[in-house]
Design a protein around this ligand. Sequence first.
Ligand code: ADP
Ligand code: MG
Ligand code: ZN
Length: 621
Amino acid sequence: MMKRPRSTRDRRQKVALWLVACIFLAGPAAVALSRGSGTARPLSYGQFRKQLERGEVASAIVGVATIEGTLRERDSSGAPVAFRVSRVGMEHDQDLIRLLDDHLPDGSYSAEEPPSPIQALVFPGAMFLLMIAALSLVISRSGGFGSAMAFVKSRPKLYAAGEAPVTFEDVAGHDEVVTELREIVEFLRTPGEFGLLGGRPPKGVLLVGAPGTGKTLLARAVAGEAGVPFFSLCGSDFVELFVGVGASRVRNLFARAQAKAPSLIFIDELDAIGKARGSGGPGGHDERDQTLNQLLVELDGFDADRGIILLAATNRPETLDPALVRPGRFDRQVVVDRPDLIGRAQILKVHARSVPLDESINLQMVAAMTPGFVGADLANLVNEAALLAARRGKTSVGLSEFEEGIERLIAGPERRQRLIRLAEKRRIAVHEAGHALVARCLPETDPVHKVTIIGRGNGALGYTLYRPEEDRLLHTRTSLDHAISSLLGGTLAEEIVLGEVSDGCTSDLQRATQIARRMVMEFGMSPLLGRLNYGREATSSGPGDSPWSEQTAREIDLEIRRIMDEAEARARAILETRRATLERISAELIERETLDGGALERILAESHPAPGAVPASASIA
Ligand code: ADP
Ligand code: MG
Ligand code: ZN
């Protein structure tokens, strides 16, 4: 295969880019060297306290984020061994000063002064100037201002067919998603035949999922499997200060893809351009609206039969302009979930392919230690563990490297969050088990399709998915009553099992109250208020503005209250009589993280009392 020779300009650009890279790398290295942490022994906070109590610490300097010092222990050259401890998350250890006083009575401890403002400013400032210098070198070397603009104009990245062959083999734990995407691969391979069979080719597919779950990877795998060129751009690349630049970039992208059809266009972070028009911060509106309009024009204009597929990714589908998700545009959404236990083990396996593992190691165990990790975290973890093993002169990676890798990855600001996640796992499990159990025990609710404690990108910590038997057009009073009960089941379960509720129930309560309110005010389902429609909630503000009397207003409140109370009693009775089942479901959830309808049925089949039997005390409504 022949390659295009590199021009001198390319080479100069490369030199300058290297310069930038070196400055980036040299900075932290210089800082690290100047602190001499290269030889310090890393200790955990717990180890440090133990050693302190045993009198093995000789001196300590307590910094904002670290404690550094020396041990009484000597190394081979007779010098005291230096140590280093991270105190992130432990800053509030009140005991520390007392311990230091007790065990370093000669006062050989001190606090580290925070870096002086000069130090803190001058160093990064100088780095910044250097970087600007290097960047301007890149620009001037690439041939004056005209091409400087072109440089800024970041052309779409093109991964030519065969250059970076990612396949579905490289994607683990997304079997359902892969099945859906295979259809697109088929289409890209033989665009003509699709039309012959009378099928309408897909046009735009939106991948929805949290960062790092593998959306970009999936898009590249589609291109790789189909063997077509892959044009990718990031949504934020389109959003420019200058009106019109983003729009022309969109035009350019589609023109290039069309010239190479069949091909795949991938727009990452679609929400950056696709935010609902007229929303968002001040300034830049026109620009974004123009870009979005251009995208809509291109979406409608391109001839799908020629074999161009548009994939896009976002983790905030709810912010997208409704026009984007209309039929004929991004009308297909594919959810890329965070991996559960099994998914995590599969992802680890993919990334451990090229790493020699210790015989004793069981990736299932590593998966169990990493709740909340997404694919990108797991790829990092394998990498980190391999580096640690190499540093220790080992020939294979063992469990201890994985353990330390996990600790390193969850260090820093995210650490606390993850630790909390571990502790909260039980609460989330109990909550979701409550929803599922109540729903399952009430005859008029939709069957439970799936319960999980793996959060989705939208802020939900866990969720219970119901599968309507058929799309319900009408809801009876009983089915609404039961829906409220199952909504309340989550919080009630927390109260019953954990003795206390949490604030994770806001949206449950909102939805439950809303149903109750509509039953009373819109559906005429309250015997007290009769079959009247009281309209929606009063929009007026003053107390005298309600279209109904104060007496009626009080009655409405009381009726909503009564419906809620009865629904709560019903749910409570179910959960209290089935406490053991509730615990069983939450235990399985903690262990397996996701239960499908079948697994839930199995647990219920083995438990007493049978789910169908609603306790007598609950049949008040
Ligand atoms: P996203 O685009 O969703 O933010 P990426 O596709 O960029 O995530 O993922 C980053 C990296 O994490 C990938 O290049 C890959 O190495 C790893 N990764 C993420 N998800 C998976 C997965 N399901 N299977 C294997 N590797 C994954
Ligand atoms: Mg991505
Ligand atoms: Zn809930």
